[in-house]
Every structure is written in C-alpha cells, then in structure tokens.
Design a protein around this ligand. Structure first.
Ligand SMILES: [Zn+2]
Length: 442
C-alpha cells in the first residue's frame, strides 16, 4: 500500500489533515487531504481526464482547469468568447429576430460544457436550439385552428383566438449539439456537429480517446415495454464520430434517470436507472424493476441486471468480471458478475452509500457513506479502513452531498465539494468560498 508516498512533499499552502487517532492507528493507510482548490466556486461535475486534470467553474461560470498533480490552474475565457465557437445569432431588434427565425437561420446557444481536456486543449459540448418555419402551418394548441404569420411582426398568431403564439409553440424547434475543441494556446475553437436531440452524457473512454453520448429515441404515443437508446462516440480531440449503435432499454414513463460509467478499457458501458422507495419494500419501477444495463461495445449488445433503489454508487471491475453497486436508501452493497448478472455477494453498510470506486488493481473498494469513508478489500469483502467524515471535514458528522464525489481512473484520488459545518447542526453544507478538495485514497 505505497499509495501515500509523497504525502509529506506537498507544496506550501496545502493543508494536511490527519485522523487525530493514536499513533498505532496512524500507521494504517487512510484517506488524506492532498489539496484544497479555491480557484472556483462550483466543484467539478465530470471526469475530464483519467488522472491529471479536473475542471470546475468560477463565480462567473468560467471553466478552470486544475492540474491535480501540482495544483496549478488555468482559467479559461467564457467559452463563447473563443474564436470559432458557435454563438447565438445576433439580430438588431425583435422583429428582425423573428424574420431570421422564420428563415431557419436562427440559433440560440445556452450551454457550453467542458467534458474533456488534455491540458493543451479542451473539448466542449455546446447545446442550443435551432428554429425554422414548419413545413405546414402549425395549429394552435388551445383551439386547434390554423395559425398564420403576422406580416409585420413575423410571428405566428391564431386568428380564431386573436393571440400571438410563442416561437416554441409555433416554430419547428430542434435541440442542437456541437463539439468544440478549444486550442488553449491559440484561443481558437474547431467545431463539429453532434447529433440533434437531447443528448445524455455517458462519459469519457480515455483509452479509446472518445466521449460517449446517448439519446433515448422518442416512442410516444405507442410506447411498449422497451425503447431504443442510441449510443454515439466521438473522438474527443477532433469531434469525428467513431461509433453509433442502438440497444433496447426498458421504457420508463418518467424517464430512466440514468447514471453511467465507461470501463477503463472502454469495452463496457454501464447505465444504472434511478428509482427510490415508495414504501418500505418497493420502488416505483416494475416489469422489470430498477435496472443496470451493461453494454458490450464490441458486440453492440446490452445485458440487463437488477440494480438497487438509489444506486448512487457503482464501480466496474472488468478484470475480475464484477459490478459493484451500492444504495443510498437501503444501505445494500451488491456484487454481481458483469458478464451474466449473477449475484456474487450482498451485504449492508450502515448509513447508506453515495459513491463507490476501485483501486487500479481492483483489490480495494472505496466507499463513501454519509458518515464515513471506508476501504473494503475485494477478496473476502471485509472493511479494512474506516474514516469518520468528521476527521476529514472538521465539525461535520454527516455529509449530505456525497453523491458529488468524483474519483480519478487511476484509483488514486477522490474529488469532493468543499464542505463546512452548517450553522444549524453538525452536517455539511457546501462552502461558498471554496471550490473542492482532493483526497489521496489509501
Ligand atoms: Zn386559437
């Protein structure tokens, strides 16, 4: 367990928090605070590099690239300010905006999200809407009557109701996505189109150099038991499409609320549905119940297995054919065979779990509960290290946002929001003055 080497070498300004336990105990490996990053106010949300970089946002929502190894930071511009980046169509006044919308040339961009970086460039998903005049005159939702274009305003109105109708309720509106690669040295962005529609972020395959997106294909009004899910992968450095295929997934009226992960090799994708308790024993989902969907990328196939209510934590171990899943509400920890779904082991961890990750060799499972962090060895599945949350966050007994933990692919570090004691009690609330903390895992 030599992973804590270098602990004493951290640069000045880095706070190191020990466990504050007797010296015999102090020799046991434990979670150690490596770094507090204050360059941003919004902690990282996605794993953008396998081990070296994290991206958070400052109080003006500018991305900040943080080198986790040495703590150096690179403040990016507002993404839309980079040369070549898609931006909302500029118009002189509302009437000309309407005319541009009718012409099909209007785009509005609302989101720029850094999903990948190598330190020299950054991959940004850009999302927005495109507007166009529908092929046939639209009908008014309220009365069913045909709408007409108001010549002077260049906007649809309903003659029967004598009202103007919003663009969203009259024009053809398409959710559009692009991938922009920003060269941080030149400040230029190269942009390629991603598929239209609402894309769900699956995650990076750092081995294959691609980012995976998924799109649930609409099936209404005749949805059956299953729905098509299209999976797409794009080269993160160029935006070129690499893979596209569809799998059948359980149809869920309110949406599946997937959480997702891509395996280290890039060969397996796991999507886990969200379900929660509706009474003491059951969730809301049935036929099938809450599901984990294991996608074999090469075979373009999917295997369904039972997941848990509020499966906030899960981790893949391809080498030993295992999928670990953990529930926040029921406190169950389950190990299944990745290849068959067969149950290997199931037990409980008091407090309920919010995040799981594995060491690089999968010999250790890191477990984040509301009250403590644990290490479980993965041969006999026994807890070998326990660190109460309060030893890492002074004054905080319970940690409410543990589902915001990110762990690096090398299994060495965990990134968590900065938490301080709430005024009303010994639980944690986000520290508004600080970005995030980096822990070295035992
Ligand atoms: Zn009407």
């Amino acid at each position: 367990m030599g992973k804590v080497h270098g602990f004493w070498l951290f640069a000045a300004g880095v706070a190191a928090v020990g466990l504050g336990v007797p010296s015999l105990e102090a020799q046991k490996p434990t979670f150690r605070l490596e770094r507090e990053v204050n360059a941003c106010t919004n902690p990282p949300e996605d794993l953008v590099h396998p081990d070296k970089y994290a991206v958070c946002k400052d109080d003006k929502w500018r991305p900040v690239i943080v080198n986790l190894h040495d703590g150096t930071t690179t403040l990016m511009k507002q993404p839309k300010e980079y040369e070549g980046m898609p931006v909302t169509t500029e118009v002189a006044d509302p009437a000309s905006r309407n005319a541009v919308m009718m012409s099909g040339a209007y785009r509005s961009y609302s989101r720029y999200e850094v999903l990948w970086t190598n330190g020299a460039s950054a991959g940004v998903q850009v999302t927005g809407y495109a507007y166009a005049k529908p092929d046939t005159p639209p009908r008014h939702a309220r009365c069913g009557g045909e709408m007409k274009v108001h010549e002077k305003l260049q906007q649809y109105f309903c003659p029967a109701c004598n009202v103007l109708v919003s663009h969203h309720d009259s024009l053809k509106v398409t959710h559009i996505n692009q991938w922009a690669v920003v060269d941080l040295a030149t400040g230029k962005a190269r942009v390629t189109d991603l598929p239209d529609g609402w894309l769900f972020k699956v995650g990076n395959d750092f081995t294959g150099g691609v980012f995976w997106f998924a799109r649930l294909e609409p099936c209404a009004p005749s949805c059956q038991a299953t729905q098509k899910l299209t999976l797409f992968s794009f080269n993160t450095a160029t935006g070129a499409k690499v893979t596209e295929f569809q799998v059948d997934v359980p149809y869920r009226e309110k949406g599946p609320g997937y959480r997702s992960a891509v395996s280290a090799s890039g060969k397996t994708i796991v999507l886990v549905e969200y379900d929660e308790r509706q009474d003491k024993t059951r969730g809301f989902l049935s036929n099938p119940g809450v599901s984990a969907l294991v996608v074999d990328v090469a075979a373009k196939s999917v295997r369904r297995m039972d997941a848990l209510l509020t499966t906030y934590g899960f981790a893949l171990d391809e080498k030993h054919d295992r999928l670990f899943m953990a529930s926040n509400q029921t406190a169950k920890l389950v190990v299944r065979k990745l290849s068959t779904g067969a149950l290997i082991k199931e037990w409980s961890i008091p407090g309920g779990m919010a995040h799981l990750s594995l060491s690089a060799d999968a010999s250790k499972l890191y477990l984040f509960t509301k009250g403590e962090f644990q290490v479980v060895e993965t041969v006999k599945y026994t807890t070998v290290v326990k660190a109460p949350v309060k030893t890492l966050y002074p004054g905080v007994d319970k940690w409410m946002t543990a589902d915001r933990v990110i762990t690096t692919s090398d299994g060495l570090r965990a990134i968590t929001p900065a938490m301080i004691r709430a005024e009303l009690g010994p639980w944690g609330v986000p520290d508004p003055k600080s970005g995030f903390k980096v822990f070295l895992l035992p």
